[in-house]
Design a protein. Structure first.
Length: 228
């Protein structure tokens, strides 16, 4: 990346010298390394390196990326390894790095240059997925994992349904605002069940790993049975 891009005069100004990005899979964490210089007159004290994922027209798909704190005196150049989570679903995106002063502004809003990189986001590796306590269509589950979700939940097929499992009745489709744990989830490592519903293994969303509930994925219980 050329280091001679224009920078605004003022207290908060950044020059981007370089950045490198590891392979990106949808929904998965990866690392990038950035080299930046404080070319303003103010010391960086509460700034974070972050990023936006954009489509090919520059529209934001993910605006608020993971934050990594940076500090630098005027004239100081620093290099940092920063965390980046891939967007969902896989495809072609633009990755735009920027610095943010939380709850105030992004440095691009002050006229600073924002580097952009064209990125082919690959499907997530679903080979390690494990389904807990149930049987289901392996291809349906793998397709949801490849789309980028580390945790996948589906509806539970039962002749007699305990009250605890009423929210998991078949019918409907994908629910991105599902308010309950995923029962008999399919999980990518290192995720493990962290809850129980009706005597069945479940996963309550924890951290920032992406998850999805899709009632079209129908699961049949194995040896364990829910409590009445």
């Amino acid at each position: 990346m050329p280091a001679d891009h224009p920078v605004p005069a003022g207290p908060l100004a950044v020059r981007w010298h370089a950045y490198e990005l590891a392979e990106v899979q949808a929904g998965a964490l990866t690392r990038a390394r950035v080299a930046i210089e404080n070319v303003g007159t103010a010391t960086w004290r509460e700034l974070n390196v972050s990023y936006h994922w954009l489509d090919d027209r520059g529209n934001p798909i993910v605006w608020d990326g993971i934050r990594d704190a940076v500090s630098a005196a005027p004239g100081e150049r620093i290099e940092r390894d920063v965390a980046v989570r891939g967007p969902i679903p896989p495809g072609r995106y633009k990755l735009a790095f920027d610095l943010v002063d939380e709850h105030r502004f992004w440095l691009a809003e002050l006229g600073n240059f924002t580097p952009e990189l064209d990125v082919d986001v690959a499907p997530r590796d679903a080979s390690g997925a494990r389904l807990f306590g149930a049987a289901g269509d392996p291809e349906q589950l793998a397709a949801a994992h490849r789309e980028g979700y580390a945790a996948v939940g589906g509806s539970i097929e039962l002749r007699r349904r305990p009250r605890e499992l009423e929210p998991y009745a078949p019918g409907g489709g994908r629910n991105p605002a599902f308010a309950h744990p995923l029962v008999c989830p399919s999980l990518l490592p290192p995720l493990e069940p962290n809850a129980e519903v009706g005597g069945l293994p479940a996963w309550r969303p924890d951290g920032d790993e992406p998850w999805v509930y899709d009632a079209r994925i129908r699961l049949q219980l194995q040896s364990r049975r829910p409590r009445d």
